[in-house]
Design a protein around this ligand. Structure first.
Ligand SMILES: *Cc1c(COP(=O)(O)O)cnc(C)c1O
Length: 508
């Protein structure tokens, strides 16, 4: 109590004129420059240690053992200084953090990240601009808009395109589906969903995705009140891309049932196979049936960077809306994503005016406000600065070269796996994901599933090679996501050998 009254007195003094900075040394301000400098320096040292000492992608620690170390933490008993804090965080977190930058990390869609973006991140978090309105982020607002316009141009959209940075691909997909739903209801029935909620027929709305599309589509449909039942999974072809014939049949079948097709979500780069749905053909069907076409290019968007492979995205410009995940294949730190629409008028429907923030009477050509285009975030990080640093310093072609490198490594790896009788490769990839299993010939499918599950688990707890897995037709497969331009064929051979070694161990 004594302490509190003492502080109150001092704060009172401060209000009368003397500088209170010494009372609040932890607040970022001109009086705490040295504290900031020292803290950042120690943070940087920790990162350097992480880079220098992390020789394998994972420590292999089990959740039980890790949780044990958390028992001693007492938030009511703060540590005395940064040194103790960094030591604690090293033990609880950094030592066991998955090292995405190592070539032996080949599991999920986590890219290694580029250094200009990391330098930007220091500014993003310290200056802490919020991207809602011009008065909270002047240059930031214009930078974000310019990056959105640049991305739209790469897609092949006209200058009428627009968009916004989002927290991730799932959120961008949500925006796509929301606009599809609201526009459909408005134009078909004159029904304003934003104001009136879903019309009664909404339970009959149908969205078509491939059976290899991202699961966020189902989640988003349920969030939008369409229900997961509203998502029709269309069969894929032998390369796990949406089958155009199956799509036509599925639309026809729903129509015959009295249901109401509203949108198609095509995937440019599936999470499991890295394959691209036949965009041009799907666009044609969308146009024929008058459906909204959203293209989920969360992963495939990186192909926009490379003249050599950009053609794989032909037809992207026929979409109404596109999901871009810069934190997937533009080598950006999490989070960095965007939602882009073909025409800015399409975004009008989500605009909501708050008198204190973005009043109706304001001229948004003069004072732009990205909040008018954002559905789930008001206060929003200036993630765009990372991409700005990256493109301004490295340029599109250099980044594109990274994509070319991983595509090439994936092709060679596919050849290696395919020619090895101990492995079974399941289709090839347009980008960089390979699904396969260790399958010495004379075993049953059940044994092969157990065997590959065992291999994955052993690899995980040894921590030297991290692979992912998936199920195809109920069978368990291993998955390589090749996302590191530094990965060599020697690395690949090492990883395949590790798989074989554990596999052979299991069979003995
Ligand atoms: C990763 C991914 C998503 C989801 O993106 P997040 O950024 O993880 O939310 C959506 N679609 C595809 C095809 C993806 O690969």
């Amino acid at each position: 109590m004594e302490n509190i009254s003492f502080q109150t007195a001092e704060v009172g003094d401060a209000l009368q004129g003397s500088n209170p900075a010494h009372l609040y040394p932890d607040i970022f301000n001109q009086g705490s420059i040295h504290t900031y400098d020292a803290a950042m320096d120690q943070a940087k040292q920790m990162v350097l240690k992480f880079l220098n000492s992390q020789k394998k992608p994972f420590s292999g620690i089990t959740p039980n053992k890790l949780a044990e170390q958390f028992k001693k933490i007492d938030f009511d008993n703060p540590l005395k200084e940064y040194e103790a804090l960094f030591k604690e965080v090293d033990e609880l977190y950094v030592q066991h953090a998955t090292a995405f930058h190592l070539p032996q990390y080949i599991a999920h869609l986590n890219c290694p990240i580029v250094i200009p973006a990391l330098a930007a991140e220091v500014l993003v978090s310290a200056i802490n601009s919020s991207q809602d309105t011009y008065d909270q982020s002047a240059g930031g607002t214009l930078m974000e808009r310019q990056l959105i316009n640049w991305t739209a141009k790469q897609i092949g959209f006209s200058e009428e395109a627009d968009g916004v940075f989002t927290g991730g691909g799932s959120q961008s997909n949500l925006m796509g589906l929301l606009l599809a739903r609201d526009h459909f209801a408005l134009h078909k029935y004159g029904h304003n969903i934003k104001y009136d909620g879903n019309p009664l027929v909404a339970h009959r709305f149908r969205v078509f995705v491939s059976d290899k599309a991202h699961f966020s589509n189902q989640k988003n449909a349920s969030l939008l009140g369409l229900g997961e039942q509203g998502v029709i999974k269309v069969a894929t072809d032998e390369r796990f891309r949406m089958s155009v014939d199956a799509l036509k049949d599925a639309i026809q079948a729903e129509l015959e049932l009295g249901n109401i097709p509203i949108a198609i979500v095509a995937t440019a780069g599936t999470t499991d196979f890295g394959n691209i749905d036949p965009i041009e053909n799907i666009a044609e069907i969308a146009e024929r049936f008058g459906l909204w076409l959203h293209i989920d290019a969360a992963y495939g968007c990186g192909l926009l960077l490379t003249d050599k492979h950009k053609h794989l995205l032909n037809g992207l410009e026929r979409a109404h809306s596109v999901t871009i995940d810069y934190h997937k294949s533009f080598f950006q730190p999490i989070s960095s994503s965007a939602f882009i629409v073909r025409h800015k008028s399409l975004l009008e429907i989500i605009k909501h005016h708050a008198d204190y923030l973005n009043p109706e009477e304001q001229d948004y050509e003069e004072y732009p406000a990205q909040i008018n285009k954002s559905i789930t975030q008001s206060t929003r990080r200036f993630d765009a600065l990372k991409l700005w640093f990256t493109l301004r310093l490295m340029g599109r072609h250099k980044l594109g070269g990274y994509m070319d490198a991983i595509i090439e490594t994936s092709k060679q790896t596919a050849g290696l796996i395919d020619s090895d009788p101990d492995f079974e490769l399941l289709g090839d990839s347009d980008i960089s994901i390979l699904v396969f299993r260790y399958a010495p010939t004379h075993f049953s499918h059940d044994t092969l599933c157990d065997l590959n599950q065992y291999i994955k688990k052993q690899l995980f707890h040894a921590g030297e090679v991290l692979v992912a897995s998936t199920k195809v037709n109920g069978k368990f497969y291993l998955k390589f996501t090749i996302f590191n331009p530094l990965t060599t064929m020697n690395d690949i051979r090492f990883m395949l050998n590790a798989i074989k070694t554990y596999g052979a161990g299991y069979l003995q």
